[in-house]
Ligand binder design. Structure first.
Ligand code: FES
Length: 260
């Protein structure tokens, strides 16, 4: 009985030991076989690859360098805006100067202001004078007024009345430019005083354009004209400066209250 208990106990212990060893029952490899297994399990090296392709590199976290944004490339900076504005301003100035120079040098139109303009007949002037007004022509920017023959002697004593102007006065007319010699306003006729009176700064001129008051530096400027038959042809390209301050050949007082 005791012997059989010992045999059963020995068999149980052997079974337990066999269960705990995983390779139990597997024959052990010799040294050469284990070495072959170890070499086969290693990852291949680059010079061992038969197709000579590069060995894939493991993925790594790449370091990204941030470069500053080029504002010139993506938009307009303040400096470039100012440069462009300066360039544009200079261009506009040059263009304005060029157009003004061209306008100055351009030949006068064949039949506009700056050329010879037939403004009417002597009968037209006579009709205007009958109403005690000058004859006005807008295209020529000119007033035609009568010059009294009785005052010609005094006019001949005024050096400022050059021969072409004096010739017109001898024919009985003066062709006055409508623009005030002070600052360029258009000078209207004042029917009540029968003078020319400038509304801008109050310069006043008698009926033949001689200055009587105000800040203007001289009398009204005038054009040379010719008579072609009964027509009056004003050369609006031939402007003569008005007589100096103090010239008063027609001795004409205001006929009534002033307009200015
Ligand atoms: S513009 Fe005529 S008085 Fe000044």
């Amino acid at each position: 009985m005791t012997t059989s208990f010992l045999v059963v106990g020995a068999l149980a212990c052997a079974a337990l030991v066999a269960q705990r060893r995983p390779h139990a029952g597997v024959p052990r490899l010799d040294r050469a076989a284990r070495r072959q297994d170890h070499v086969a399990q290693r990852p291949p090296r680059a010079h061992h690859r038969r197709d000579h392709s590069p060995v894939p590199t493991p993925r790594r976290e790449r370091h990204v360098t941030r470069r500053p944004v080029d504002e010139e490339a993506i938009g307009v900076t303040r400096r470039s805006f100012l440069n462009r504005a300066l360039l544009a301003g200079t261009g506009v100035g040059v263009a304005a100067f060029a157009s003004a120079a061209l306008g100055f040098l351009w030949p006068a139109p064949a039949n506009g202001f700056g050329s010879k303009i037939t403004i009417g007949s002597t009968a037209d002037e006579a009709a205007a004078f009958a109403t005690k007004q000058p004859f006005y022509n807008a295209a020529a920017k000119t007033y035609i007024v009568a010059y009294p023959k009785a005052d010609l002697d005094k006019a001949e004593q005024v050096p400022a009345y050059a021969p072409p102007i004096l010739a017109g006065m001898e024919a009985g007319y003066v062709a006055l430019y409508q623009t005030c010699p002070h600052l360029g306003c258009r000078v209207p006729w004042c029917q009540s005083s029968r003078w020319f009176e400038c509304p801008c700064h109050g310069s006043k001129y008698n009926a033949v354009g001689e200055k009587q008051g105000g800040p203007a530096p001289r009398g009204m400027d005038r054009f040379v004209f010719t008579l072609s038959g009964s027509d009056i042809v004003v050369d609006t390209g031939n402007l003569v400066l008005g007589p100096p301050v103090g010239t008063d050949t027609s001795d004409q007082s205001p006929a009534g209250p002033p307009c200015v």
